[in-house]
Each structure stands twice: as C-alpha cells, then as structure tokens.
Write a protein that binds this ligand. Structure first.
Ligand code: ASP
Length: 650
C-alpha cells in the first residue's frame, strides 16, 4: 500500500540534491558562484519541444502547449498511444509508481523495471516537483483498475522523464486532503492551496457560470458590459467605505461600495441595458459570507417594473445553471418581508426548514405575571413567538442552552428567551417563572406540545423576539443534522422577498436609515405616508434568497429628482453631495431599476463550499488581511509625506 507522504518526504529531502544532479545532467547547470554544490540553486533552463530525445513524428501535441493530453483525460480508448503529460508529482511508491496531477486529474505512471536510470531520478525528487513525461498508454492489469479514478483503467509506461522544476522538500502542507490544513496556512500559501482538486473545481465552476451569464445577457438580451470607476466620491447614507488619500492635501476618493450611481447614470445616458461583473468594497467587519472586497453581477435596465427584473434574474439563473446541480424551476415563490419575519424571524429564510415560528402574542399578552415579574410592557411592538422541534429534545444539552442564552443576551437584548424540554413531569415550571399558569396551559394547547418536544419561546420587543428564534431555528437544526437527523428538504429553495420597509429605525441623529439604499423608489401605494409616517412606507425593493443565503437584491429606482431630494432629506443626507445625481434625474431620466447578485456567495452555494473564500482565488481573511503578503502594511515616510498622512506614531 501507499507509504505515508511524510516519511517519503524525509527520504527525498536527504537524497534530493544528489539525485537531482544525476537526473538533469547537462540540462541544468550549477550556478558557479562559489556556493557548495549541495546548497546551490539551479539555473533556469527553458523546456521546449526539442528537448525530448523521442521522435517528434510519433506524438500528436496540443496546439498551444507541448503536452498531448491532460492528467484527467486518458482512458482505455488511448491504449497504445504515445503521450506527453506534464504536472506535479502528487505521490510515488517504490520509485516506480508515480501519481502525476494537474488541474484536470491524476494519472498513474509506471517506470519499467529495466529503466534503472529513471528509478534513480525518481528517488531523488520531492512531492510537488513539476515533471514532464513521455510514455505509452497501457491498460492496467485487472486487479489494479481503480474505478474511482477517471483514468483508473490505464497507466503510462514511462520512456522519458524530465524535471521541469524541483519543489522544496518541506512544503507547509501536503496536497492530499482538502481542508485538513489550517485555513490560515492555506491562505498564506494560497498558490499551493489552489492545487487542491476542490479549489480547481470551484474556480472552474465560477468561470463557467460567469461565461454563461455573460452569454445570456449579451447574446440573448442585448445587454452591454460596461466598466465603471472604482475611485469615486463618498456616497452618504450607505456602508462604510474605504478612503483613498490623494496628493492633494485634504482630498480623498472613496472606493465604490457598488456601481449604483454609475449604473443609474448609464440609464440616463440611454444605455438601456447594462451589466458588469463589478468589484465592490465595503469597510465592514468580516463575516462568513462577506469580505471587504467582493464581486457582484450588477444589472440595470430602463422601462421596467419589479416583475420584469425578477423574471430576467430567474431566466439568467436558469440559463447559467449547471446540469450537475440538479433542478431549478421558475417562477420563484414570493414572500412579503413581514411574513418572512413572522415565519422565519429573518429576511433571508431557509425555506428548506421544516419548522417555523408560531405567533403566541395574543396568549402571552393576557399574562399579568409577565409584566409584574419582568416589567415588560405590552406596547405596540410587543411580541411572543415560539418554535417547537417535535420529539427533538434529547439532543438539547446544557451547553447548548448556555450557548443560546448567551447569543440571546448579546445579540437580541430586547427579547427574553425561554428554552424548555417538554417532559412528563415538571416542564411547566420552566415557563411559570414568567407566565401565569393558565397562559402556560393555553400555550401547551395552541402549540400541541408533547412529551419529548423541544420548545423555544421568546417574549419582548419585535424584531428581537422574532430574530432570536430565527437564529436558533437554524442553529438547533444544524445541531440536530450534525447528529444525523435529516430536517432540511434537499435541493435549492428560492424565494423573492418583497415589500421591505423603505426605512428602518436606527440609533442615529435622524433615527432612521434606508433598508436598501437611498435611491429605492417608495411603493406608490404608500407615497402619502412619506412625509408623515416614513417608517410605514414600503419600498419597491426585492431580495433573492436561496437556502438561507441572500443571493442578491435590487429595486426600482427613484427617477424623479424632487422625490429623490425628499428621500435624501428624510435620511438627513446633504443633498449638495448628491447634486450630480439630482441634476441627471432632471435631464430626462427614464424609469429604471436593477439588481445585483453577490457572486461570491452564489458560487459558494453552487459549489457547496462552506466559505466564500473557497470560491475566490486570493481572498482576504475574516479580518480583511491578505495572509500571503501581509497587507495591509505600513507605508514609508516618503509615501506618508506624499499623501499628507500622519499616524499616531508619527
Ligand atoms: N447596488 C445595490 C447593492 O449593491 C444593488 C442594487 O440595488 O442594484 O446592494
């Protein structure tokens, strides 16, 4: 059987240089600089087609490289052919069997017993050394056929083996089992991490999906792919932006948080249908599904309504869908924002979940005990919600309870959380500490509670009372699924969330912020409330959600400058800062709307990746750092001077 890689690496490290010199002979020359031969670097020798000693005429090469095939391509149909492969030595055994890997797969090489010269060569090289081989495709003996490998029915009998570039012996992690290496190491040595077949697959899926999206938008729908600037002026009222200093003292650019204003201006410019695979920047705390720079498919169209943008988006996803991902059927279901909060406690519901929130406000509101014991008031915002996991209390441990209590207190301070295992005897005492006995009985009846059920109940102020249960619904489902209980339905559950409030409450001077962005059109039915009760106004905004991930969002925009000015003023935004946009809207702006799809998240979902970092070639860490180069880094005193920057240390 295969020897563990580590042992082999040690053997290789000792013999490496000696073997290497023997192999390469005249091909590589030592740099004569007085360095002893055992530690001297090798000079670079370009490889070309002429470097093989085998007759050229027998080999049919790829048009753009000197290979004939990739490492995942050869089958019994190629038996007898003379081939040339290049790749990384993934593994070797007995200096005779080699697994050669490239981006397409792996192929087994076998060195004939009589080729002791090649055996010696192999003895001296480390894993991940780049090699080139020429040989003949042979069928593997029946007993050695590997059905799990695309090339498992053949092997290459090696006639020529050449080292293109040796790898050092001690790489930071072996390229054998994906995600076995620590993520910080993987990020630091990303160029090695990219060699994992999983990363290769993810990046190729990404490329293929984007190509299909482009094809659909440009060829089938007449969209124009337009690049817009990333250096721009600060957009008030949005996410925190990265500031870019200039040589002009006191003058700064901002990196765009999205091409939002540009795409609207393109509509004013008569472009009509725009898209861009756009890089966006937001200086926000890292999350599992967001990093400071990210990519979105940005779309804008003129003369459209909400339904047309949704339909276009659905068609786009269907057209770019990969068959291997299973079914995607349209139209997607629509859910009002209020219903999403009511049923799932979040605006990005995972509709695969079997259990939902249940509203028990009407029952709890009759409990005098709650007010006397906690001081919670039954105001307009009061809410009481429950989630029941029938027969699923056995996996609920004390540590889970402590973890959930902690989340509730920290993230949802306006909600009081009760977690109760329904048992035959004294479970009610877990609720009667806060609620009157008759109220607890009514809850039992309404929720149809039975022995063995797990009950989560939250009381207090909306939206905290809903959001805390929304979070626990996911967390407890994850815990149960990790123990082998299947709860989520298979496949993708798509949802459009509509009728968001245009504004949300905020602890700022103005007490209000936009739910989407300040350019979203108010719902025409609610326009009369704009001046008097803005928090009741709905926006023409829509989010696309799948399996609990927000995949995209967009809106119909305000195209009237007076209405835009009014919304900016409600938000307390200085309209002078937006005069370029207001003027454009006054210059014959067509009605327009659009959407942006978060490509990193979307592709991660398609690839079934646990993090967006697994679908980005060179991602940032959760803290926004580039682990490979160490960026962000300090700058020199000269640069500081040039950009008029002084740090606290200066
Ligand atoms: N610009 C918005 C965003 O980045 C998307 C849109 O409204 O089209 O979230």
């Amino acid at each position: 059987m295969h020897r563990p890689g580590k042992i082999l690496l040690n053997i290789c490290s000792r013999r490496f240089l000696k073997g290497f010199q023997q192999i390469l002979g005249a091909k590589l020359s030592m740099v004569s600089s007085g360095i002893s031969s055992s530690s001297a670097p090798f000079s670079y020798v370009p490889v070309n087609k002429a470097s093989t000693t085998l007759p050229e005429a027998t080999i049919k090469r790829d048009k753009y490289s000197h290979r004939t095939h990739n490492c995942g391509q050869l089958t019994v149909a190629n038996v007898g052919e003379k081939v040339e492969l290049c790749g990384w030595m993934e593994f070797q055994r007995m200096n005779k069997f080699i697994t050669l890997r490239d981006n397409c797969g792996s192929t087994q090489l076998i060195v004939p017993d009589e080729r002791t010269d090649l055996t010696k060569t192999i003895e001296g090289i480390s894993y991940e050394t780049v090699i080139r081989v020429i040989g003949t495709v042979n069928p593997r003996p029946n007993s050695q056929v590997n059905k799990n490998m695309a090339t498992g029915e053949i092997e290459i009998s090696v006639e020529h083996l050449e080292i293109l570039n040796p790898s050092k012996t001690q790489l930071p992690f072996p390229i054998r089992q994906f995600i076995k290496a620590k993520e910080s190491l993987r990020m630091q040595y990303r160029y090695l991490d990219l060699r994992f077949p999983e990363m290769q697959r993810n990046l190729r899926i990404r490329s293929k999906v984007l190509m299909r999206m482009r094809e659909f938008l440009i060829n089938k729908c007449n969209f124009v792919d337009i690049e817009t600037p990333t250096l721009f002026r600060r957009t008030p009222g949005g996410a925190q932006e990265f500031i870019v200093p200039t040589r002009n003292p006191g003058k700064f650019y901002s990196l765009v948080q999205s091409p939002q204003q540009f795409k609207q201006l393109l509509m004013v410019g008569g472009i009509d249908r725009y898209f861009q695979i756009a890089r966006c920047y937001r200086d926000e705390a890292g999350r599992m599904d967001r990093q400071p720079e990210f990519t979105q498919l940005d779309i804008e169209m003129s003369f459209v309504d909400r339904e047309s943008i949704m339909m276009l988006t659905e068609d786009l996803l269907v057209e770019s869908w990969l068959e291997e991902l299973g079914e995607i059927s349209t139209p997607f279901e629509q859910m009002r924002y209020d219903d999403a909060m009511e049923l799932y406690g979040t605006d990005k519901p995972d509709a695969r979940l079997p259990y939902k929130l249940q509203n028990v406000t009407d029952i709890v509101k009759t409990s005098i005990a709650l007010t006397t014991k906690t001081g919670i008031e039954y105001n307009d915002n009061f809410g009481a919600y429950a989630v029941v996991f029938p027969k699923e209390s056995k996996n609920f441990s004390n540590s889970t309870k402590a973890q959930f209590d902690d989340i509730s207190k920290r993230e949802f301070p306006q909600a009081k959380l009760l977690q109760v295992k329904i048992t035959e005897s004294s479970w009610k005492s877990g609720l009667t500490t806060l609620l009157s006995n008759d109220v607890v009985d009514s809850i039992e009846n309404r929720l149809n509670l039975h022995n063995g059920d797990m009950l989560f109940l939250s009381v207090g102020q909306k939206p905290d009372v809903q959001e805390v249960l929304g979070k626990l619904l996911i967390l407890y489902t994850n815990i149960l699924e990790s123990k082998g209980v299947t709860l989520r339905a298979p496949g993708f559950k798509w949802l459009w969330i509509v009728d968001f409030p245009l504004f949300s409450k905020e602890d700022n001077e103005n007490g209000i912020r936009t739910t989407h962005h300040p350019f979203t059109q108010p719902h025409p039915e609610d326009l009369h409330l704009l001046a008097t009760d803005p928090l009741k106004v709905r926006g023409l905004h829509y989010d696309l959600v799948s399996n609990g991930w927000e995949i995209g969002g967009g809106s119909i925009r305000i195209h009237n400058s007076l209405l835009q000015k009014q919304v900016l003023e409600i938000l307390g935004i200085d309209t002078c800062q937006m005069s370029h946009l207001l003027e454009a809207l006054d210059s014959g702006a067509p009605p327009h709307g659009g959407i942006a799809l978060g490509l990193d998240r979307y592709i991660a979902m398609l690839c079934n990746a646990t993090s967006i970092r697994d679908v980005i070639a060179f991602p940032k860490s959760m803290e926004g750092r580039d682990a490979m180069s160490g960026a962000p880094i300090q700058i020199s005193d000269e640069d500081k001077k040039l950009y008029h920057i002084r740090t606290p240390a200066d």
